[in-house]
Design a protein around this ligand. Structure first.
Ligand code: HEM
Length: 470
């Protein structure tokens, strides 16, 4: 096994990890154990990968064996090995993944069609915000409706009004599945075999029982919403006019190849839809919030972004991804925010489906493998003075924006995020539209905090902003 701390009996290192386990692990990795290290999590060992090279070696070169998902109690409750995000790696997974990636691209991810829809949605948000002029607005909620509307349009041809309270309730449910009620370290527990007190054991203690039951209830409600949407689609399904991802899946179920028909069943469909909503809405909306918050803290950078928007898009031009080439500073600000504010600091856990050699160590079958994305983005060798927010890191001497192998917000390998092109497009188009149309300010003495809240996702604390039309 790779080297690493053992912690204390039963609990391992969990009590020493605090609210930001990824930061503690990176510190241990730098000070003592190296890029591939092991830490005792409860009663089992978890392997942590702390540099881009180590993560690529594991998730790309050894992907055949290191692309599984763990069988934790929480994962089983949430997914029952259906859908995409938490499904075990293998033949069935590959069929579902290929279907989702192909269908997303047919419906326009990375292409113009979805871009039009994002621009339309951004316009609707701008109209909505105009009616709220000078009022402080809770930032996260409306961005969340906006990004979930994009997924809604692609998956089921649906959008909801920004103030649709029933829909807020559904989003609230999804959000709370990942809420700070359960600290990140709770999610890191490996498996049921972690004895008695952990996972199943904890579930029987009153506080955890309450939290666990609430989570199951939320999972059920979200699945019911997805089932409802699918049932509606069935009634109006026309094989000659496929409208969205659900229609495409219904088509495959009835007319697809036998191998696909066997896998793309009803209960898979419900969880695929749920996975796309859960994985694809909050992540992007949090990043949009973080970009605006970083700019509020750095008015000198905000000024430059606004100048670029004025020069390239003008006051009324529709934002377009084609503008990205001429807006290097805006792209650099977004990339620097991706580097500094990592919405999925340890990605989603992987699991060794077979014993495998990695960087001179043996990773036994059944080991949890974590990509420390925060650790990569804060590596002092790759990023000198990593805590400094500095967009100029991503701009070459001749003024061009460039990407970096040491930014892996979407992970890497066959299990990496299939929504990367969509997310990048949304963030660029929404941020530029908002800054084109509004001066964004914090209420007096209420500059949003940069500390953030860590659970499965790293989000800004609740905060309000004022949008003043230009
Ligand atoms: C800022 C936005 C986003 C970030 C930072 C992000 C990040 C990630 C990360 C780190 C993973 C785990 C990859 C791994 O296990 O190695 C992941 C998985 C996933 N993401 Fe995203 N994501 C974002 C947006 C989206 C969007 C817009 C969609 C919807 C199309 C999406 C759908 C998914 C799905 C379905 C998975 C599971 C993939 C699998 O297990 O095969 N994500 N994402």
């Amino acid at each position: 096994l790779p080297p690493g701390p053992r912690g204390i009996p039963l609990l391992g290192v969990i009590p020493f990890m605090g609210e930001f386990p990824e930061r503690v692990i990176k510190k241990w990795s730098l000070e003592k154990y190296g890029p591939i290290m092991c830490a005792r999590m409860g009663m089992e060992d978890g392997v942590f990968l702390n540099t881009a090279e180590a993560i690529k070696m594991a998730f790309c070169d050894k992907s055949e064996h290191l692309s599984g998902r763990p069988r934790t109690t929480i994962f089983k409750q949430v997914t029952k090995d259906k859908g995409l995000a938490l499904k075990q790696y293998g033949k069935d997974y590959n069929i579902i993944r290929k279907f989702v990636v192909r269908t997303l691209s047919q419906w326009g991810v990375g292409k113009t069609m979805i871009e039009d829809q994002i621009v339309e949605e951004a316009g609707l948000l701008a109209d909505f915000l105009k009616n709220k002029t000078n009022q402080p607005i809770e930032l996260k909620l409306y961005f969340y409706v906006m990004t979930s509307n994009i997924i809604g349009r692609v998956v089921c041809g649906r959008r909801h009004d920004f103030e649709d309270e029933e829909y807020h309730e559904i989003l609230n449910n999804i959000q709370k599945m990942f809420s700070p009620q359960l600290p990140l370290s709770f999610w890191l527990f490996p498996r049921d075999s972690t004895p008695l007190i952990f996972c199943w054991g904890l579930k029987h203690l009153p506080w955890f029982r309450g939290a666990n039951n609430r989570m199951i209830e939320r999972v059920k409600k979200t699945l019911e919403y997805c089932k409802g949407v699918i049932e509606e689609h069935k009634k109006t399904f026309d094989k000659n006019n496929l409208r969205d991802l659900i229609d495409a899946l219904l088509y495959e179920q009835q007319f697809g190849k036998k191998s696909k028909r066997k896998v793309l069943l009803e209960d898979e469909l419900v969880v695929i839809v749920r996975d796309l909503f859960t994985a694809g809405s909050e992540t992007s909306s949090l990043m949009i919030s973080w970009v605006l918050i970083m700019l509020l803290h750095h008015p000198e950078h905000a000024k430059k972004v606004i100048e670029e928007i004025d020069d390239v898009m003008g006051p009324n031009g529709a934002p377009s991804t084609k503008h990205r080439d001429r807006m290097p500073f805006t792209c650099a600000v977004i990339q620097e925010t991706f580097r500094c504010k990592i919405v999925a600091p340890i990605g989603i856990q992987h699991y060794a489906q077979a014993t495998v050699e990695l960087g001179g160590y043996i990773i036994p079958q059944g080991t949890m493998v974590y990509s420390n994305i925060w650790g990569v983005h804060n590596d002092p060798v790759a990023w000198p003075n990593p805590s400094k927010f500095d967009p100029y890191r991503h701009i070459s001497k001749d003024g061009k924006f460039f990407t970096s192998n040491n930014i892996i917000s979407f992970s890497t390998g066959p299990r990496s995020c299939p929504g990367e092109p969509l997310a990048k497009m949304e963030i660029f188009l929404f941020v530029t539209k908002i800054l084109q149309k509004f001066e964004v300010k914090a209420p007096p003495d209420k500059l949003p905090s940069l500390v953030g809240v860590n659970c499965l996702l790293f989000s800004p604390e609740s905060c309000e902003l004022i949008f003043i039309p230009m």
